[in-house]
Ligand binder design. Structure first.
Ligand SMILES: [Zn+2]
Length: 454
């Protein structure tokens, strides 16, 4: 069983929702085509950037990408000046807990260029409603892909519930405890009926129960996301069972404890498999921020301008997480785990393992939207990805993970039109992903700098 040290990773998604008036998206009227003219397209396929291109969007899809003099612009199109700007596919944050944020925070994700998220657990009924509102154009929201209630090792769940930490019970009540193989089958049956695509296993019990759970989930078409299942079960078993993504670098230090030959062959097997790693570096590195700084961010006195993006629900959630700090592992032990985890993920990456960009939004003190930009910077600085590879980790890789690369994740004709226009070259400096000028979501310009409602 895992040490309680990681408890603060595990409790996102249980607070009440603060649904403010926010900025609802106007109901979809007749949708005019959009033409972005003269832009540099970084299409995400790995091709070199297309300078001076025109991109035409109609009825929710990209219909043309090509040189300005070869693409005709529909007479009724909204024409957007692209010269000196850069166009990428809409970004994903592949690890969020939206019910910690609240519906009021969804528009800010879009304003940061996030057009899709993978929600890995929280108040499912609420988030499913927000997903549907977003699809109907009633509220500005990224596309939301859902996991069911988090599956937990029953013994671990009982132990944490027994702590009696204030504010914790609600988040834990939603979780599904499993102890036996019969529990695992029942958990999968219940989740498969919930209109979700992902089964999130956080803390796995015995190896046989884990294998049964993953196998049953796959048979029902669910993608299994989870942490490194446990020290006892390990990464080789996760790959063999068919877990589709490993969340966080904590646990990847397991690789570094293996003999070199075994470590390399496991890394090669991961590279050949249908499995992605979501390192969530921004969440890990946040633990090393001095407590006084974290505290100032939690109470809103730190002066960081991005704290304006923190919804009341998220702030309350951060406050509840402070109560858990007493159960955290000592910082030096945590540092050792993170250093080992970074080494593990670098090794996997060198072998060709696919990465996804995700933040664990909900965790102290990740700011919605801005934290994904920060994560992309960490993927470059700490893991050695090129800026293009970091962008792909937030675009085409999540699309592949969801088996949707034929419809999402790149700027190519036929793809769904989720696009982000940047004011500076993200390939020159990944930090330029912060320079969001305009966002197209489901084929509509839903935000542009200086105009709340274009
Ligand atoms: Zn999480």
């Amino acid at each position: 069983m895992k040490h309680l040290s990681s408890v603060h990773w595990l409790v996102t998604g249980f607070l009440a929702l603060a649904v403010g008036p926010g900025s609802a998206q106007p109901p979809a009227a007749v949708q005019r085509p959009v033409a972005i003219v003269g832009v540099t397209v970084v299409d995400g396929t790995g091709r070199s950037p297309q300078v001076g291109a025109t991109v035409v969007v109609r009825e929710g899809r990209i219909v043309a990408v090509g040189p300005v003099d070869q693409v005709s612009i529909p007479a009724d199109a909204d024409r957007i000046e692209g010269r000196g700007r850069y166009l990428i596919a809409g970004l994903w944050d592949t690890h969020v807990h939206l019910s910690a944020l609240g519906r009021a925070g969804l528009p800010d994700l879009v304003r940061h260029g996030i057009t899709s998220v993978r929600d890995l657990g929280g108040d499912l009924a609420a988030v499913r409603q927000w997903r549907d509102e977003g699809e109907r154009g009633e509220w500005l929201s990224p596309r939301i892909r859902l996991a069911g209630p988090i599956v937990e090792n029953a013994a671990w769940l009982a132990r944490v519930r027994g702590l009696g930490v204030p504010g914790l019970s609600r988040g834990l009540d939603e979780r599904i405890p499993v102890e036996t193989e019969a529990d695992a089958i029942r958990a999968v049956d219940s989740i498969a009926g919930l209109q979700v695509e992902v089964l999130k296993i956080r803390n796995a019990p015995r190896a046989a129960v884990y294998a049964t759970l993953v196998k049953a989930a796959r048979a029902r078409g669910l993608l299994v996301a989870g942490h490194q299942p446990s020290r006892a079960i390990g990464l080789a078993a996760a790959l063999a069972a068919g877990q589709r993504s490993i969340e966080h670098i904590e646990g990847l230090d397991e690789l570094m404890s293996l003999p070199a030959g075994q470590r390399d062959s496991l890394a090669r097997a991961y590279a050949a498999g249908e499995v992605w790693i979501t390192p969530t570096l921004a969440a890990s590195f946040g633990r090393f921020v001095p407590d006084s700084v974290t505290e100032a961010r939690v109470v809103g006195t730190s002066g960081d301008p991005d704290l304006a993006l923190v919804t009341p629900a998220l702030r309350d959630f951060w406050k509840a997480q402070r109560e858990l700090k007493a159960y955290d592992a000592p910082l030096e032990a945590y540092r050792t785990m993170v250093v080992g985890g970074l080494a593990g993920v670098r090794l996997l990456r060198a072998a060709g393992v696919k990465l996804m960009a995700g933040t664990d939004l909900g965790v102290l003190t990740l700011v919605p939207g801005a934290s994904l930009h920060e994560e992309l910077g960490f993927l470059v600085d700490s893991l050695g990805l090129s800026p293009l590879e970091a962008i792909q980790a937030a675009t085409v890789e999540p699309a592949r993970y969801f088996r949707q690369a034929d419809s999402l994740g790149t700027v190519e004709p036929g793809r769904l039109a989720d696009l982000v226009l940047l004011g500076a070259d993200p390939l020159a400096d990944i930090r330029n992903v912060r320079r969001v000028e305009l966002v197209v979501l489901r084929g509509r310009v839903v935000w542009s700098r200086g105009r709340e409602r274009p």
